[in-house]
Design a protein around this ligand. Sequence first.
Ligand code: NAP
Length: 320
Amino acid sequence: MGKYDNMKYNRCGDSGVLLPGISLGLWHNFGTDAVYSNCREMILKSFDLGIIHFDIANNYGPLPGSAEETFGRIFKNELTAHRDELLIASKAGFNMSEGPFGEWGSKKHLLNSLDKSLKRTGLEYFDIFYHHRPDPNTHLDETIDALEYALRSGKALYVGVSNYSPEQTKEVIEACKKRNIRLLIHQMNYNMFDRSSEDIVDVLDSYSIGSIAYCPLAQGMLTNRYLGGIPDGSRAATEGTFLKRDNVTEDKLAKVRALSELAGKRGQTLAQMALAWVLQRATSAIIGASKFLQIEENVRALDNTHFSKDELAAIEKILI
Ligand SMILES: NC(=O)c1ccc[n+]([C@@H]2O[C@H](COP(=O)([O-])OP(=O)(O)OC[C@H]3O[C@@H](n4cnc5c(N)ncnc54)[C@H](OP(=O)(O)O)[C@@H]3O)[C@@H](O)[C@H]2O)c1
């Protein structure tokens, strides 16, 4: 059996793109503070498991840009022969550099950033290029101009948006249709603790457009990572991350323990059950990881993505 027989691939809406059920994101643990051999192991062994989709952004690090550089180094050294098998995404829109064009949704920011991201990764094109967040001060038409240019110039094969509201998502889909381009995907925050993106999926489903869930493990809270307290080296123990010590509350941990028990009855770990749950609505879940063992465990979520009515009801009861 080859790696492609072991991974489950899901069609992204009605497009030609098949995404692995589990994708890998480089937001954390791939910057200048990371150990290169560990990054290399996570990327290469993920690929061996059939994880062909890697999600990056211009500003991932620290320092901003460094996760793209790390990926670029691994790609250049060991993955160039596999370029046609890989789906690599980058994004622009969050604060990246100094000055008025260092972030948001102007054509100048997006296209400058796209060129810089290609340079840092050493790629000729991205498979998916995202606008990372809506810009309240730039007309959507200008942002879509940039996405259209990315497509027509061949610098991106597909385009997507992230963190757009349901209304903004509808607006961008309609605007793309008028230009005869397609929005491939929406990247949204979605996990058992944050279900605010379900309205977005309703919009996407009505247009047969795919979705990809980020932070599917609530940055590690929906795993066994914090059951015994906050361990050294974990995200919550690291300064400057978005998961603060205060986020790991007793109330959350009580839910995590109950969910973990339920997962055990399904023959899964909590991380596996949390990912299977997300995949009920999303085309793929982008996990983060600090070591390959976590990825290996998480991919096995795909062995059981079915939930009985009773299991779903029990989960609802815990999450209330
Ligand atoms: N579009 C956006 O605005 C946006 C925003 C955020 C993220 N993203 C994308 O989504 C990706 C994933 O985000 P995320 O890293 O927050 O996702 P996540 O999967 O919710 O959390 C990943 C963290 O959970 C812990 N973990 C994972 N598997 C584990 C396991 N089996 N056992 C114990 N702990 C485990 C690790 O924490 P430790 O590091 O503590 O070991 C890991 O770093 C990002 O890399 C990025 O590509 C996009």
